[in-house]
Design a protein around this ligand. Structure first.
Ligand code: GAR
Length: 205
């Protein structure tokens, strides 16, 4: 039987992108299995999906480690014990240190709710509204050491409406996140993600 790609998923919160990945795997759109879900937040709703779908789901407590470096080294060790082929950041809201990025070099991807390189960091959707942009969106990219930066795999664009607030714009963008994240993972699995890759834009209605 064909070997399934193993995904290690890092989360901090609600887990809707994790759910989209689980759904895409179940529909056969992503040829992978989730080896482990790890959260840096004890109360992350995303962790509950472990029980529901029979996936190992762990809380790794930052308070147990003396430094950010020690935490990331522990995270590397924990992930490696599940032998993931690809690490997916799905709403993981901690900055990853060099040691982590080097341990999984070229095999970490992230989703961010803006059309990068615009609006990296926190509250990307509010940044977009404050800037008055007319088009917003989301990006899946390979992770490099800079925050929310690295070669772009897929992007999706949505309109910003006059009556939008942070919640309504975030919801419109999130719908697209749930489409492009599984697609980007499948592209990675098929070897269609690499250094020479050019950004691809998904057209939206
Ligand atoms: C998503 O909007 C994701 O793009 C964002 O956090 C949210 C997580 O939602 N990530 C970042 O801002 C990373 N810089 P989810 O837990 O429901 O998937």
């Amino acid at each position: 039987m064909e070997k399934k790609y193993k995904l290690g998923i890092l989360v901090s919160g609600r887990g809707s992108n994790l759910q989209a990945i689980i759904d895409a795997i179940q529909k056969g759109e992503v040829n992978a299995e989730i080896a482990v879900i790890i959260s840096n937040k004890k109360k992350a709703l995303a962790l509950e999906k472990g029980d529901r779908y029979g996936i190992p789901a762990l809380f790794l407590d930052p308070k147990l480690y003396g430094s950010k470096k020690d935490y990331d080294l522990a995270l590397v060790e924990k992930l490696q014990s599940y032998a993931p082929d690809l690490i997916c950041l799905a709403g993981y809201m901690r900055i990853l240190r060099t040691e982590f990025i080097q341990a999984f070099a070229g095999r970490i991807i992230n989703i961010h709710p803006s059309l990068l390189p615009s609006f990296p960091g926190l509250h990307a959707q509010k940044q977009a509204l404050d800037h008055g942009v007319k088009i917003a969106g989301c990006t899946v990219h390979l992770v490099e050491e800079e925050v929310d930066a690295g070669p772009i795999i897929l992007q999706a664009a949505v309109p910003v409406l006059n009556e939008d607030n942070e919640d309504s714009l975030s919801a419109r963008i999130l719908q697209q996140e749930h489409i492009i994240y599984p697609q980007a993972i499948q592209m990675f699995i098929e070897g269609r993600v690499g250094n020479s890759m050019k950004a691809k834009t998904v057209e939206t209605q």
